[in-house]
Ligand binder design. Structure first.
Ligand SMILES: *[C@@H]1O[C@H](CO)[C@@H](O)[C@H](O)[C@H]1NC(C)=O
Ligand SMILES: *[C@@H]1O[C@H](CO)[C@@H](O)[C@H](O)[C@H]1NC(C)=O
Length: 350
Protein backbone atom coordinates (compact mmCIF):
# COMPACT_ATOMS: atom_id res chain seq x y z
CA UNK A 1 0.00 0.00 0.00
CA UNK A 2 1.27 3.39 -0.87
CA UNK A 3 -0.38 6.58 0.11
CA UNK A 4 0.75 9.76 -1.43
CA UNK A 5 -0.27 13.27 -2.36
CA UNK A 6 -1.49 12.80 -5.84
CA UNK A 7 0.08 15.14 -8.31
CA UNK A 8 3.46 15.40 -9.92
CA UNK A 9 3.84 11.69 -10.45
CA UNK A 10 5.62 12.33 -13.70
CA UNK A 11 7.86 14.99 -12.23
CA UNK A 12 9.16 12.57 -9.68
CA UNK A 13 8.99 9.69 -12.14
CA UNK A 14 12.13 7.68 -11.75
CA UNK A 15 12.79 8.27 -8.10
CA UNK A 16 9.16 7.57 -7.35
CA UNK A 17 9.20 4.29 -9.20
CA UNK A 18 12.32 3.22 -7.34
CA UNK A 19 11.05 4.37 -3.98
CA UNK A 20 7.63 2.85 -4.63
CA UNK A 21 9.17 -0.52 -5.43
CA UNK A 22 11.14 -0.55 -2.20
CA UNK A 23 8.23 0.74 -0.21
CA UNK A 24 5.70 -1.72 -1.50
CA UNK A 25 8.17 -4.50 -0.93
CA UNK A 26 8.39 -3.43 2.67
CA UNK A 27 4.67 -2.74 2.77
CA UNK A 28 5.30 0.79 3.84
CA UNK A 29 2.83 3.56 3.28
CA UNK A 30 3.14 7.23 3.28
CA UNK A 31 0.66 10.06 3.36
CA UNK A 32 1.36 13.35 1.78
CA UNK A 33 -0.92 16.32 1.68
CA UNK A 34 -1.26 17.53 -1.88
CA UNK A 35 0.09 20.97 -1.12
CA UNK A 36 3.42 19.71 0.01
CA UNK A 37 3.78 17.70 -3.18
CA UNK A 38 2.95 20.71 -5.28
CA UNK A 39 5.55 22.70 -3.41
CA UNK A 40 8.20 20.07 -3.65
CA UNK A 41 7.37 18.32 -6.83
CA UNK A 42 10.90 17.07 -7.37
CA UNK A 43 11.23 15.07 -4.24
CA UNK A 44 9.24 12.42 -2.58
CA UNK A 45 8.83 13.04 1.08
CA UNK A 46 10.59 10.47 3.07
CA UNK A 47 8.47 7.60 4.09
CA UNK A 48 7.52 7.75 7.68
CA UNK A 49 7.60 4.14 8.68
CA UNK A 50 5.75 0.87 8.65
CA UNK A 51 3.57 2.50 11.25
CA UNK A 52 1.81 4.49 8.53
CA UNK A 53 0.55 1.47 6.69
CA UNK A 54 -0.63 0.13 9.97
CA UNK A 55 -2.25 3.52 10.52
CA UNK A 56 -4.55 3.37 7.54
CA UNK A 57 -5.72 -0.10 8.50
CA UNK A 58 -6.14 1.26 12.00
CA UNK A 59 -8.37 4.03 10.66
CA UNK A 60 -10.56 1.38 9.03
CA UNK A 61 -10.65 -0.56 12.30
CA UNK A 62 -11.65 2.63 14.12
CA UNK A 63 -14.86 2.99 12.14
CA UNK A 64 -16.05 -0.60 12.54
CA UNK A 65 -18.93 -0.69 14.99
CA UNK A 66 -18.29 -3.04 17.91
CA UNK A 67 -20.52 -6.08 18.17
CA UNK A 68 -22.67 -5.67 21.23
CA UNK A 69 -25.94 -7.15 22.39
CA UNK A 70 -27.43 -3.73 22.98
CA UNK A 71 -28.19 -2.86 19.39
CA UNK A 72 -31.35 -3.54 17.48
CA UNK A 73 -31.56 -4.97 13.99
CA UNK A 74 -30.62 -2.50 11.33
CA UNK A 75 -28.24 -0.36 13.31
CA UNK A 76 -25.12 -1.72 11.64
CA UNK A 77 -26.37 -0.94 8.20
CA UNK A 78 -29.31 -1.20 5.87
CA UNK A 79 -27.94 -1.17 2.37
CA UNK A 80 -29.90 -0.74 -0.86
CA UNK A 81 -28.62 -2.14 -4.13
CA UNK A 82 -30.16 -0.65 -7.29
CA UNK A 83 -29.73 -3.02 -10.22
CA UNK A 84 -30.79 -6.36 -11.59
CA UNK A 85 -32.70 -6.78 -14.83
CA UNK A 86 -33.59 -9.52 -17.26
CA UNK A 87 -30.00 -10.00 -18.43
CA UNK A 88 -28.15 -9.45 -15.18
CA UNK A 89 -29.06 -11.03 -11.89
CA UNK A 90 -25.69 -12.13 -10.53
CA UNK A 91 -24.20 -8.69 -9.97
CA UNK A 92 -26.84 -7.31 -7.58
CA UNK A 93 -26.83 -10.62 -5.73
CA UNK A 94 -23.05 -10.52 -5.20
CA UNK A 95 -23.16 -6.90 -4.06
CA UNK A 96 -26.04 -7.50 -1.66
CA UNK A 97 -24.71 -10.73 -0.14
CA UNK A 98 -21.25 -9.19 0.30
CA UNK A 99 -22.79 -6.34 2.24
CA UNK A 100 -24.51 -8.85 4.53
CA UNK A 101 -21.41 -10.95 5.02
CA UNK A 102 -19.42 -7.89 5.92
CA UNK A 103 -21.85 -7.12 8.70
CA UNK A 104 -24.76 -5.12 7.36
CA UNK A 105 -27.99 -6.09 9.07
CA UNK A 106 -30.19 -5.86 6.00
CA UNK A 107 -29.59 -5.83 2.27
CA UNK A 108 -32.31 -4.66 -0.09
CA UNK A 109 -32.24 -5.14 -3.85
CA UNK A 110 -34.28 -2.87 -6.13
CA UNK A 111 -34.53 -4.63 -9.48
CA UNK A 112 -36.94 -5.29 -12.34
CA UNK A 113 -39.98 -7.51 -12.02
CA UNK A 114 -38.53 -10.41 -13.97
CA UNK A 115 -35.18 -10.31 -12.14
CA UNK A 116 -36.73 -10.43 -8.68
CA UNK A 117 -37.72 -14.12 -8.44
CA UNK A 118 -34.32 -15.11 -9.80
CA UNK A 119 -32.42 -13.03 -7.25
CA UNK A 120 -34.68 -14.24 -4.44
CA UNK A 121 -34.01 -17.81 -5.42
CA UNK A 122 -30.27 -17.29 -4.99
CA UNK A 123 -30.69 -16.34 -1.37
CA UNK A 124 -33.42 -16.15 1.25
CA UNK A 125 -31.35 -13.54 3.05
CA UNK A 126 -32.01 -10.66 0.70
CA UNK A 127 -35.03 -8.40 0.57
CA UNK A 128 -35.97 -7.99 -3.06
CA UNK A 129 -38.21 -5.26 -4.45
CA UNK A 130 -39.40 -5.74 -8.05
CA UNK A 131 -39.85 -2.02 -8.70
CA UNK A 132 -37.14 -0.80 -11.05
CA UNK A 133 -39.29 -1.09 -14.18
CA UNK A 134 -42.52 -0.11 -12.52
CA UNK A 135 -44.27 3.09 -13.59
CA UNK A 136 -44.14 4.04 -9.91
CA UNK A 137 -40.49 3.38 -9.13
CA UNK A 138 -40.13 6.75 -7.49
CA UNK A 139 -42.87 6.24 -4.95
CA UNK A 140 -41.91 2.62 -4.31
CA UNK A 141 -38.32 3.50 -3.58
CA UNK A 142 -39.22 6.66 -1.69
CA UNK A 143 -40.97 4.46 0.88
CA UNK A 144 -37.70 2.69 1.62
CA UNK A 145 -35.11 5.41 1.27
CA UNK A 146 -35.60 6.89 4.74
CA UNK A 147 -34.65 3.51 6.19
CA UNK A 148 -31.53 2.98 4.13
CA UNK A 149 -28.02 4.05 5.11
CA UNK A 150 -26.24 3.67 1.78
CA UNK A 151 -27.35 3.14 -1.80
CA UNK A 152 -25.26 1.21 -4.31
CA UNK A 153 -26.29 2.08 -7.85
CA UNK A 154 -25.36 0.00 -10.85
CA UNK A 155 -24.65 -3.70 -10.29
CA UNK A 156 -26.59 -5.42 -13.08
CA UNK A 157 -28.44 -2.24 -13.98
CA UNK A 158 -27.92 -2.55 -17.73
CA UNK A 159 -28.51 0.29 -20.15
CA UNK A 160 -32.22 0.30 -20.78
CA UNK A 161 -33.31 3.94 -20.85
CA UNK A 162 -36.29 3.40 -18.59
CA UNK A 163 -34.14 1.74 -15.93
CA UNK A 164 -31.43 4.39 -16.21
CA UNK A 165 -34.06 7.09 -15.81
CA UNK A 166 -35.39 5.38 -12.70
CA UNK A 167 -31.88 4.99 -11.31
CA UNK A 168 -31.40 8.69 -11.92
CA UNK A 169 -34.50 9.43 -9.87
CA UNK A 170 -33.13 7.32 -7.02
CA UNK A 171 -29.79 9.16 -7.09
CA UNK A 172 -31.59 12.50 -6.95
CA UNK A 173 -33.73 11.42 -4.02
CA UNK A 174 -30.72 10.03 -2.18
CA UNK A 175 -28.91 13.33 -2.62
CA UNK A 176 -31.82 15.22 -1.13
CA UNK A 177 -31.67 12.97 1.92
CA UNK A 178 -27.88 13.12 2.15
CA UNK A 179 -27.52 9.35 1.81
CA UNK A 180 -24.06 8.15 0.74
CA UNK A 181 -24.17 6.67 -2.76
CA UNK A 182 -21.74 4.19 -4.32
CA UNK A 183 -21.88 4.14 -8.12
CA UNK A 184 -20.56 1.25 -10.18
CA UNK A 185 -20.94 -0.46 -13.54
CA UNK A 186 -23.78 0.92 -15.70
CA UNK A 187 -24.48 3.47 -13.00
CA UNK A 188 -21.20 4.97 -14.19
CA UNK A 189 -22.43 4.84 -17.74
CA UNK A 190 -25.32 7.00 -16.62
CA UNK A 191 -22.93 9.43 -14.92
CA UNK A 192 -20.83 9.65 -18.09
CA UNK A 193 -23.99 10.77 -19.94
CA UNK A 194 -24.93 13.26 -17.24
CA UNK A 195 -22.07 14.15 -14.90
CA UNK A 196 -24.10 16.97 -13.38
CA UNK A 197 -26.26 14.31 -11.75
CA UNK A 198 -23.52 13.62 -9.21
CA UNK A 199 -21.14 16.55 -9.57
CA UNK A 200 -20.44 18.23 -6.24
CA UNK A 201 -22.13 15.55 -4.17
CA UNK A 202 -19.29 14.64 -1.86
CA UNK A 203 -21.12 11.70 -0.37
CA UNK A 204 -20.76 9.83 -3.64
CA UNK A 205 -18.10 7.23 -4.32
CA UNK A 206 -17.48 6.12 -7.89
CA UNK A 207 -15.81 2.76 -8.51
CA UNK A 208 -14.83 2.65 -12.21
CA UNK A 209 -12.66 0.00 -13.80
CA UNK A 210 -10.17 1.28 -16.33
CA UNK A 211 -12.67 1.41 -19.20
CA UNK A 212 -15.33 3.14 -17.16
CA UNK A 213 -12.74 5.53 -15.82
CA UNK A 214 -11.56 6.44 -19.33
CA UNK A 215 -15.11 7.12 -20.43
CA UNK A 216 -15.73 9.46 -17.50
CA UNK A 217 -12.39 11.15 -17.97
CA UNK A 218 -13.04 11.77 -21.66
CA UNK A 219 -16.45 13.20 -20.87
CA UNK A 220 -15.00 15.64 -18.37
CA UNK A 221 -11.80 16.66 -20.12
CA UNK A 222 -12.38 15.91 -23.84
CA UNK A 223 -9.03 14.18 -23.90
CA UNK A 224 -7.91 10.66 -23.18
CA UNK A 225 -6.33 9.39 -20.01
CA UNK A 226 -2.57 9.72 -19.70
CA UNK A 227 -1.75 6.17 -18.73
CA UNK A 228 1.71 7.24 -17.55
CA UNK A 229 0.16 9.50 -15.01
CA UNK A 230 -2.76 7.58 -13.69
CA UNK A 231 -2.59 8.98 -10.17
CA UNK A 232 -2.90 12.49 -11.44
CA UNK A 233 -5.80 11.50 -13.71
CA UNK A 234 -7.72 10.02 -10.79
CA UNK A 235 -7.06 13.13 -8.73
CA UNK A 236 -8.17 15.38 -11.58
CA UNK A 237 -11.35 13.44 -12.23
CA UNK A 238 -12.27 13.63 -8.58
CA UNK A 239 -11.70 17.38 -8.57
CA UNK A 240 -13.62 17.91 -11.78
CA UNK A 241 -16.59 16.14 -10.23
CA UNK A 242 -16.37 18.33 -7.13
CA UNK A 243 -14.11 16.22 -4.91
CA UNK A 244 -16.24 13.17 -4.60
CA UNK A 245 -14.35 9.94 -3.99
CA UNK A 246 -13.11 8.05 -7.04
CA UNK A 247 -11.78 4.49 -6.85
CA UNK A 248 -10.05 3.38 -10.03
CA UNK A 249 -9.96 -0.41 -9.87
CA UNK A 250 -7.03 -2.18 -11.45
CA UNK A 251 -3.79 -3.95 -10.82
CA UNK A 252 -3.50 -1.43 -8.04
CA UNK A 253 -6.57 0.42 -6.84
CA UNK A 254 -6.10 4.18 -6.96
CA UNK A 255 -8.34 6.20 -4.70
CA UNK A 256 -8.72 9.96 -4.52
CA UNK A 257 -10.98 12.52 -2.90
CA UNK A 258 -9.57 15.44 -4.87
CA UNK A 259 -7.02 16.18 -2.22
CA UNK A 260 -5.20 12.96 -1.49
CA UNK A 261 -4.36 9.95 -3.57
CA UNK A 262 -4.16 6.59 -1.93
CA UNK A 263 -2.94 3.42 -3.59
CA UNK A 264 -4.11 0.01 -2.46
CA UNK A 265 -1.81 -2.72 -3.66
CA UNK A 266 -2.66 -5.26 -1.02
CA UNK A 267 -1.85 -8.67 -2.41
CA UNK A 268 -4.66 -10.38 -4.33
CA UNK A 269 -3.86 -12.84 -7.08
CA UNK A 270 -3.36 -12.88 -10.82
CA UNK A 271 -6.91 -14.15 -11.27
CA UNK A 272 -9.70 -11.63 -11.66
CA UNK A 273 -13.17 -12.99 -12.05
CA UNK A 274 -16.37 -11.31 -13.21
CA UNK A 275 -18.30 -10.24 -10.12
CA UNK A 276 -15.31 -9.19 -8.08
CA UNK A 277 -16.34 -5.56 -8.61
CA UNK A 278 -19.74 -6.33 -7.11
CA UNK A 279 -18.11 -7.67 -3.97
CA UNK A 280 -16.22 -4.38 -3.80
CA UNK A 281 -19.27 -2.15 -4.31
CA UNK A 282 -21.39 -4.08 -1.81
CA UNK A 283 -18.77 -4.06 0.91
CA UNK A 284 -18.01 -0.42 0.18
CA UNK A 285 -21.68 0.32 0.76
CA UNK A 286 -21.33 -0.95 4.32
CA UNK A 287 -17.95 0.58 5.05
CA UNK A 288 -19.08 3.95 3.67
CA UNK A 289 -21.95 3.93 6.14
CA UNK A 290 -19.72 2.99 9.06
CA UNK A 291 -17.06 5.53 8.18
CA UNK A 292 -19.60 8.27 7.57
CA UNK A 293 -21.26 7.56 10.90
CA UNK A 294 -17.94 7.50 12.73
CA UNK A 295 -16.88 10.77 11.10
CA UNK A 296 -13.47 12.39 10.76
CA UNK A 297 -12.80 12.13 14.50
CA UNK A 298 -12.41 8.38 14.18
CA UNK A 299 -10.46 8.67 10.94
CA UNK A 300 -7.90 11.06 12.30
CA UNK A 301 -9.22 13.93 10.22
CA UNK A 302 -9.01 11.94 6.99
CA UNK A 303 -11.98 11.84 4.65
CA UNK A 304 -14.11 8.93 5.93
CA UNK A 305 -14.99 7.86 2.38
CA UNK A 306 -11.33 7.57 1.49
CA UNK A 307 -10.83 5.32 4.49
CA UNK A 308 -13.92 3.27 3.57
CA UNK A 309 -12.70 2.86 0.00
CA UNK A 310 -9.30 1.71 1.15
CA UNK A 311 -10.97 -0.78 3.49
CA UNK A 312 -13.19 -2.21 0.76
CA UNK A 313 -10.34 -2.47 -1.76
CA UNK A 314 -8.04 -4.26 0.65
CA UNK A 315 -10.85 -6.57 1.75
CA UNK A 316 -11.72 -7.50 -1.85
CA UNK A 317 -8.07 -8.23 -2.56
CA UNK A 318 -7.74 -10.32 0.58
CA UNK A 319 -10.82 -12.37 -0.45
CA UNK A 320 -9.29 -12.85 -3.87
CA UNK A 321 -6.02 -13.98 -2.32
CA UNK A 322 -7.62 -16.47 0.05
CA UNK A 323 -9.98 -17.93 -2.55
CA UNK A 324 -7.16 -18.24 -5.06
CA UNK A 325 -5.09 -20.22 -2.59
CA UNK A 326 -7.93 -22.71 -2.31
CA UNK A 327 -9.19 -22.91 -5.87
CA UNK A 328 -6.52 -21.48 -8.14
CA UNK A 329 -7.68 -20.94 -11.67
CA UNK A 330 -11.17 -22.25 -11.01
CA UNK A 331 -11.87 -19.57 -8.41
CA UNK A 332 -15.12 -17.67 -8.93
CA UNK A 333 -16.77 -14.75 -7.17
CA UNK A 334 -18.87 -17.15 -5.12
CA UNK A 335 -15.62 -18.52 -3.67
CA UNK A 336 -14.48 -14.99 -2.91
CA UNK A 337 -17.75 -14.11 -1.18
CA UNK A 338 -17.30 -17.16 1.04
CA UNK A 339 -14.01 -15.66 2.26
CA UNK A 340 -15.42 -12.27 3.35
CA UNK A 341 -15.70 -13.18 7.03
CA UNK A 342 -12.21 -14.63 7.37
CA UNK A 343 -10.65 -11.89 5.26
CA UNK A 344 -12.34 -9.26 7.38
CA UNK A 345 -11.08 -10.68 10.65
CA UNK A 346 -7.63 -11.13 9.27
CA UNK A 347 -7.36 -7.52 8.14
CA UNK A 348 -9.41 -5.65 10.66
CA UNK A 349 -9.87 -7.70 13.80
CA UNK A 350 -6.30 -8.61 14.64
C1 LIG B 1 -36.71 -1.02 -21.35
O1 LIG B 1 -37.45 -1.45 -20.24
C2 LIG B 1 -38.82 -1.14 -20.32
C3 LIG B 1 -39.45 -1.49 -18.98
O2 LIG B 1 -39.17 -2.80 -18.62
C4 LIG B 1 -39.44 -1.89 -21.50
O3 LIG B 1 -40.80 -1.60 -21.61
C5 LIG B 1 -38.70 -1.49 -22.75
O4 LIG B 1 -39.17 -2.25 -23.84
C6 LIG B 1 -37.20 -1.67 -22.62
N1 LIG B 1 -36.55 -1.05 -23.75
C7 LIG B 1 -35.72 -1.72 -24.52
C8 LIG B 1 -35.12 -0.95 -25.64
O5 LIG B 1 -35.42 -2.88 -24.33
C1 LIG C 1 -11.33 20.12 -3.99
O1 LIG C 1 -10.13 19.89 -3.28
C2 LIG C 1 -9.06 20.73 -3.69
C3 LIG C 1 -7.83 20.26 -2.93
O2 LIG C 1 -8.06 20.24 -1.56
C4 LIG C 1 -9.44 22.18 -3.41
O3 LIG C 1 -8.39 23.02 -3.85
C5 LIG C 1 -10.72 22.52 -4.13
O4 LIG C 1 -11.15 23.82 -3.80
C6 LIG C 1 -11.83 21.53 -3.77
N1 LIG C 1 -12.99 21.77 -4.58
C7 LIG C 1 -14.25 21.71 -4.09
C8 LIG C 1 -15.33 21.94 -5.09
O5 LIG C 1 -14.48 21.50 -2.91
Amino acid sequence: MIIWGGTAARAVGISLAAVAAVLSALLICYWLPLDSVLERSFSVHKAHSVKDMENIFQLVRNVIPPLTTKKHKGQDGRIGIVGGCQEYTGAPYFAAISALKLGADLSHVFCTKDAAPVIKSYSPELIVHPVLDSPHTDEEVAKWLPRLHTIVIGPGLGRNDTLLENAKGIIEKSKVRGIPVVIDADGLWLIAQQPSLIQGYQRAILTPNYMEFSRLYETMFRTSVDSNDNHRCVLRLSQALGNLTVVQKGEKDIISDGEKVLVCSHEGSSRRCGGQGDLLSGSLGVLAHWAFLAGPEKTNGQNPFLVAAFGACSLTRQCNNQAFQKYGRSMTTTDMVAEVGMAFSKLFET
